[in-house]
Each structure stands twice: as structure tokens, then as C-alpha cells.
Design a protein around this ligand. Sequence first.
Ligand code: AMP
Length: 426
Amino acid sequence: MRVLIVGGGGREHAMAWKCAQSARVDHVFVAPGNAGTAAEKRVSNVPIAATDIDGLLQLAAAEDIGLTIVGPEGPLVAGIVDRFTAAGRPCFGPTQAAARLEGSKVYAKDFLRRHRIPTAGYATFTRDNFDPAYLRAQRLPIVVKADGLAAGKGVIICGTHESAIAAARGMLAGDFGAAGNTVVIEEFLTGEEISYIVIAHDEQVLPLATSQDHKRRDDGDEGPNTGGMGAYSPAPLVTPELHARILSEVIGPTLRGLSDDGNPYTGFLYAGLMIGADGTPYVLEFNCRFGDPETQPILMRLQGDFVDLCEAALAGRLTGTEAKWDARAALGVVLAAGGYPGAYRTGDVIAGLDAAARLPGKVFHAGTEARGDKIVTNGGRVLCAVGLGRDIAAAQAEAYELVRAIHWDGMQYRRDIGHRAIKTCG
Ligand code: AMP
């Protein structure tokens, strides 16, 4: 079988690497991929953008692709699964209607309220009915969110009423384009933040190994928010009791609600949760895709066939399907370009990839490009170095060995990925 992976980041490199290990897979295409996917055995890149659904459909027909797995949210929200399905091409991910869970925060919040799934209290406003008096009456801090996709930047936590009003006005005035035509004003929740990722088909669920990411740029979880500076699996915060509560109070009701609404969900479902003081899991957000960088450590631990899991979900055979996990922990450290998450340079030559390839662990590429016989930076998050070990601390040590082998001008990374898990486990 031939597989197509849509996207070009670290998540897609990990997916392509894992799919290429399947005995049933002859070849994996990645559109558009990166320098890392181009170098994998039985994998090749195709220069088609992840958002070019027509181009991807033509490729799927020309190469007789048997399974397409979609990495990023953009094409899912744009309806790639509906288009592929209509053309008779199996495509793993939610339909456009189900992907609104990520594509519109207003839709997601109204859905959660309607189905009585725990989430922060909120109100929504457009330019026509924006009411600063409502905002002034709220407790601080307060969270202001753009309704639509804003590349992870559409959430602003405000410490004063004036800054919240300014943030909302900015969004409504077009700071985030059409994504800010409606804003959500949300109560600020406190607690432990965790992510929980499952493979779903309608009401069938296969939970993936637990994982945790680090969103802030700097050590100690300080500095600006990013797409993710590192992640590890398993996440010791997710106890068996919490696991059970998340399934029964969030994942189950969400999938049932989607089904009842006539939008049954197939694909990866990622819940960003805040665990309250009494253990209640509150939904902060849903993503309709696998996380990046969580995918990299999770797939490092997956034993067995990733393609089988996706196909079991598509065929409605998830109940009774089990995923087997390496008992070892995995931890990934993101190496980012200087300046990220703000403006960053590209085109810097990356040194040390050959030396890193001789070490244990695996370096997944994200924003990289081959230029002649060199590999150069081509994005904000450039690489993710993943180590394995008997516990999080050992996996961390292996990951940072890889990091030490690699260098380019301006490279930045956190020195403390996994610090909270290591503290929890003693
Ligand atoms: P989101 O994209 O909605 O997950 O928001 C990005 C980040 O903002 C989350 O990972 C949280 O750290 C934070 N956040 C979002 N909503 C809230 C909230 N209601 N209370 C506290 N923190 C929040």
C-alpha cells in the first residue's frame, strides 16, 4: 500500500517514519515534507502544499494512494476529508463539520455548554454587540480568544480590564484577520494543564499514550507562548483515576454529542484540559489533529503498526484494537531558530546531524530544507530531538546528548524539558 502524509513539520516526519516501518506499506509520500522526510527510507517528498486539496487529490489518484493521514488543522478545517472521501480515497481525520471543534472556538464553547461538558464560563461578541461593560464586570485575569484559527496566537490572557478591552477591540478590528470577527471572553481557570489525545471513530475510542508538552519558550515555563518547545510521554500527572474521569466526563460526552448532532468524529482528537482543584477536567480547547511535538515522543513509544491503527479507526474497528507501548519513556526537545516565536532567520546551515544520527534516539525534522549537500533552517521550530530511557530523566539525558551534537547560528532550546515530570516522580 502507498500512504500519503499531508504536512511538513516534526509531527509529519514522525508519522512518515512510523508508517514506513509498516510491513504493509511500500512507499510513503509526504506533501510537502521537509529535509528529514526526504532522507527516510521508502519515503519521498512531493512539492504540494498541505492546503492544496486539488493538488493532493490529483497526487492520490496518480500514485494510487491507499491511505492519507492529515497532519495539520488547516486542510482538515478546509474539508480535505470530505473531498477525499467523495473521491473514494480513504483519508484519516475529521470531516469539515467535525473539525469545527478546533476551527471555531465559538462553535466549540457552545457545543461544550450544550452537552454539559466542563469548560470555563464565557460570552461571545462581534463588532456589532461588543460590550466593554461586560468585560469590566468580570474577575481578573480574563482570557480573550479569537474565534477562528490564528496559528496558536489567538489567545490573550489579560491582567487588567483595559488590556482585555484593547485585546478584544484589536481582534474585532482585524488583528487576526477574519479569525477575530467573533471573540470569546472566557473565565481564567487555574490548575494543572494537561493534554489528552485519542484516536476516535464515532463513539469508539483508543486512548494514546499520555503526553505533556511545554508551550512557553523559556526555562521554568516562562516567556512567550509557542507551538511547543518539547514534550514527553508518559505524563505522570495523568493518574488512572484522572484518565477514567477524562474519558467519562470529556471524551465520551464529546464524541456522543458530535454523533447526536449529526457530525460523527473520526481521527485524532486532542483535548487541552485544565484539571481543577477537585480533579474536574475542564476543556480549554480541542484540536482536531495529533499534537506537535507530542506526536514525536508518542510515536517513538508506539510498538506495532501505526497504519493498522488508522485503518482500524476508519473501518470502525477501534473497539478491541489495542495499541502497545514501549515501557520506556520518550522525551523530545525542540530546537528552534533564534527569534522564534517572533520573526526568525532561515537559511542557516545546520551542523552535526550526521553525528547525531550515530547516537541513540532520533532527530525529527520540522522547518528544514536540503540545499545542495547541506541542510538549512526553514522554519521557527527546526528539529525535535527525541530520547528514550527507563524513566523521564533517562529519556531527557538521551535527548540532550542529541542536542549537544547539533548546532547552527541562533539555535535556541529549553534546558529543562520534562522538569515537572521529573519532580513528580522524585
Ligand atoms: P488554547 O489555544 O485555547 O489552548 O489557549 C492557549 C493557552 O492559553 C492554553 O494552553 C492555556 O495555557 C491558556 N488558556 C487558555 N484558556 C484559558 C483559560 N480559560 N484559563 C486559563 N488559561 C487558559
